[in-house]
Design a protein around this ligand. Structure first.
Ligand SMILES: [Mg+2]
Length: 258
């Protein structure tokens, strides 16, 4: 079957956690964009796309029109404007100030009740992403500041995924009107109800006028409760990877058979 769109999660799938894509991955992306529409969807902000994806992507501008960027689970959508040679926001759906306050209060309560407040953190632990609030146990910048040591600290914080699921359950009980999900290795994402990667994927289907059979999605958190799971649950064909090297192999296979 010929897919029209190859879609990816960003963090942990196209790149190591909070790190830029490698030259190898950048090269594969370029080849993929010659043949396919490519969507990258993440819980992270557009700024994260700039540092993790765009900074190291050396793409023929003619092919950039095939790249669809969906930060914060597709509550924001960016396309490249050829004439202006810049990325343009097509739409954004944000929280009100009152909603943000309520969410941040619930997160703080959950963190303190479970004793998950770390003494040493790097950058913001609660980040306002406009349409999404994200808690990161060790801070947003732990990897940017510490490099590999930061990746190691993140992996150590919750290797079995128990802590973040506990926090998720507690916070979800405090603010049932919002959706609370486990995000990356040390993070919790909160959005409006129904906003998850399936929401973003549906937006993409509608905008491109294609059906879910036309998409192949590759992600590293496809297990139930993971932030990529909603895409699988909506019936899109998904491929699970555990690190970017596996994604590179998957892309090579896609390029070889098409
Ligand atoms: Mg991921």
């Amino acid at each position: 079957m010929v897919r029209k769109v190859i879609a990816f999660d960003l963090d942990g799938t196209l790149a190591a956690s909070k790190s830029p894509i490698t030259d190898q991955m950048a090269g594969l992306m370029e080849k993929l964009l010659e043949k396919y529409q490519v969507c990258v969807m993440s819980g992270g902000r557009f700024e994260q796309f700039e540092t993790q994806l765009l900074a190291n992507l050396k793409i023929n501008p003619a092919h950039l029109k095939n790249l669809h960027l969906m930060p914060t689970c597709g509550t924001r959508y960016y396309r490249h404007n050829d004439r202006k040679d810049r990325w343009q926001k097509v739409y954004a759906e944000d929280f009100t100030e009152l909603q943000k306050k309520k969410i941040i209060k619930a997160l703080n309560e959950g963190i303190d009740r479970l004793g998950f407040r770390e003494k040493k953190t790097w950058g913001e632990t609660i980040e306002d992403r406009g349409s999404q609030i994200t808690f990161s146990a060790l801070g947003q910048d732990v990897v940017a500041v510490l490099g590999e040591e930061g990746v190691r600290l993140k992996e150590q914080w919750d290797p079995e995924g128990k802590k973040k699921h506990k926090l998720r359950d507690l916070v979800a009980g405090l603010i049932p009107e919002f959706e609370v999900r486990v995000g990356g290795g040390t993070s919790i994402d909160i959005t409006k109800p129904g906003v998850d990667k399936a929401y973003g994927m549906q937006k993409l289907l509608d905008m491109l006028g294609i059906s879910k059979e036309d998409i192949l999605f590759i992600g590293d958190r496809l297990e139930e409760g993971g932030n990529d799971f909603p895409v699988k649950a909506m019936g899109v064909d998904c491929m699970q990877v555990s690190r970017w090297e596996e994604t590179a192999l998957a892309v090579e296979v896609v390029l070889c058979v098409t």
